[in-house]
Ligand binder design. Structure first.
Ligand SMILES: [Zn+2]
Length: 451
């Protein structure tokens, strides 16, 4: 565990009474406001959401012919009367705009994001600096919600950390204005699951941020006795996939830590964060009312009754670069008007079902986390849908729906990308198809392991 560095001198910007840099002041104000909304009466966040929605809808109609057509004839003051947006339509809206929608200067510039989640259907979109700040501030506020002491060692085991060959992880300097110590980040696709479990033991963080499938694999290694459990782990923050009660129980039994899950989507960021007061194995999640509106609907797109499981629709309140309004993200959950566990007056989700990912087994017998993103595909080919099926220890069937016929050189490029991102020890059989047989149910799975 890296020693906590003792500051010898203060940064130039530190003064007391302070003149905090503007971005720090905004972060602190955001965190405060997020907690005020979460703890306040329902009328407060409802008023904030109503105002944000009306501004968003006015902007979308004014800045985009696609959105003007899409919303034509709708009663704009009632969200539930607006049409449900599917992935195909989100893609069409972005294609029509040809980039981010023009925004007022307060939203800042836009970055491009690419996602296929676990659904195998890539979509590109744009996120403004303002929307990114709101997302980041929700994650920061979540540390305070769950009582984390950020001076203690915080470790990330995620695909978003760049590879660090020859090193166990990267060391990232935390923002001292926000009370953060150094963090360590390890790329979750770089090594095997057993190597990750050994790293977790050797590093000994208080908090770990990782994907549920990676955690599940590491618990297998600990349970089998191949690797010793880490000491001092208190909370495992999870993201990106469904966490079930079995994973919560096993994590507690094998490491002593509790899981604190975040429900997010890449297009708008945090959607609902685990209730900090619910220690059950099936906790509720408070909707991030400062960032998103969440609805649940049945098969005919009618609103579900409270507690009835249905399809989750999300609306990003500050996402003006690529508006995301009543977007069907392909998950199932039950929505309650307030938290059934702690009574907070924000809408809350239970029975979150849906996203499950698989570890692939390498021909060597070791297991590995695999995340092939829309970015990996769209950087080489106009892929509409993709799926990888491991059907034998060394063979992967790669099904692709592509906008044009694949050439021999496309095959070579795809083979090279797969060997680099997945593993060179597999044989990849690339098959261009008209459609992928996703099977029953609306949940799609972009990686399947049958071995
Ligand atoms: Zn609660």
């Amino acid at each position: 565990m890296p020693a906590q560095p003792q500051p010898r001198s203060l940064p130039d910007t530190w003064l007391w009474p302070h003149s905090a840099p503007g971005h720090v002041a905004l972060r602190l104000a955001d965190q405060h406001f997020i907690q005020v909304l979460e703890r306040g009466p329902a009328a407060l966040h409802q008023a904030v959401q109503r105002q944000a929605l009306q501004r968003l809808l006015a902007h979308a109609r004014q800045s985009s012919p696609w959105w003007r057509d899409w919303l034509a004839g709708s009663q704009l003051h009632i969200l539930a009367r607006l049409p449900v947006l599917q992935r195909e339509q989100l893609r069409a809206s972005v294609a029509d705009a040809g980039g981010p929608l023009p925004m007022p200067p307060a939203h800042g510039g836009a970055r491009k994001g690419l996602t296929s989640g676990s659904s195998g259907v890539p979509v590109d979109f744009y996120v403004s600096a303002l929307a990114q700040r709101v997302s980041d501030s929700h994650y920061l506020a979540d540390h305070a919600r769950h009582g984390r002491d950020l001076r203690r060692l915080f470790a990330g085991l995620l695909t978003r950390f760049a590879p660090h060959p020859g090193q166990p992880h990267q060391v990232i300097t935390g923002d001292r204005w926000l009370g953060m110590g150094p963090m360590v980040g390890r790329n979750s696709q770089q090594g095997t699951i057993r190597e990750h479990a050994q790293w977790l033991h050797d590093t000994g963080p208080a908090y770990l941020n990782t994907a549920p499938s990676v955690l599940r694999g590491m618990l297998d290694e600990i349970e089998s006795g191949a690797v010793s459990p880490p000491a001092g782990l208190e909370q495992v923050l999870t993201i990106g996939e469904t966490v079930d009660d079995v994973l919560r129980q096993r994590t507690r039994a094998l490491t002593g830590a509790s899981i604190r899950d975040r429900y997010t989507c890449e297009e708008i960021g945090p959607v609902a964060l685990q209730c900090p007061h619910d220690a059950s194995e099936t906790p509720a999640y408070h909707v991030c009312v400062g960032n998103a509106v969440v609805e649940t609907v049945d098969e005919s797109d009618s609103p579900c009754t409270p507690g009835q499981a249905g399809r989750v629709l999300v609306t990003g309140l500050h996402h003006w670069a690529t508006p995301v309004i009543r977007y069907d993200i392909g998950d199932i959950a039950a929505l309650h008007p307030r938290c059934p566990a702690c009574g907070a007056q924000v809408p809350s989700l239970t029975q979150l079902l849906g996203r499950k990912r698989f570890l692939v087994r390498l021909p060597s017998g070791e297991r590995k986390y695999l995340k092939l993103t829309g970015k990996d595909w769209l950087s080489i080919l106009p892929v509409r849908e993709h799926r990888l099926v491991q059907d034998s220890p060394s063979h992967m069937l790669v099904e692709l729906v592509v906008e044009r016929p694949l050439t021999a050189s496309d095959h070579e490029t795809a083979q090279a990308m797969l060997a680099r991102v997945v593993d060179p020890s597999f044989t990849f059989e690339i098959r261009q198809v008209d459609r992928i047989a996703w099977g029953p149910g609306i949940k799609r799975q972009d990686v399947l392991s049958l071995v």
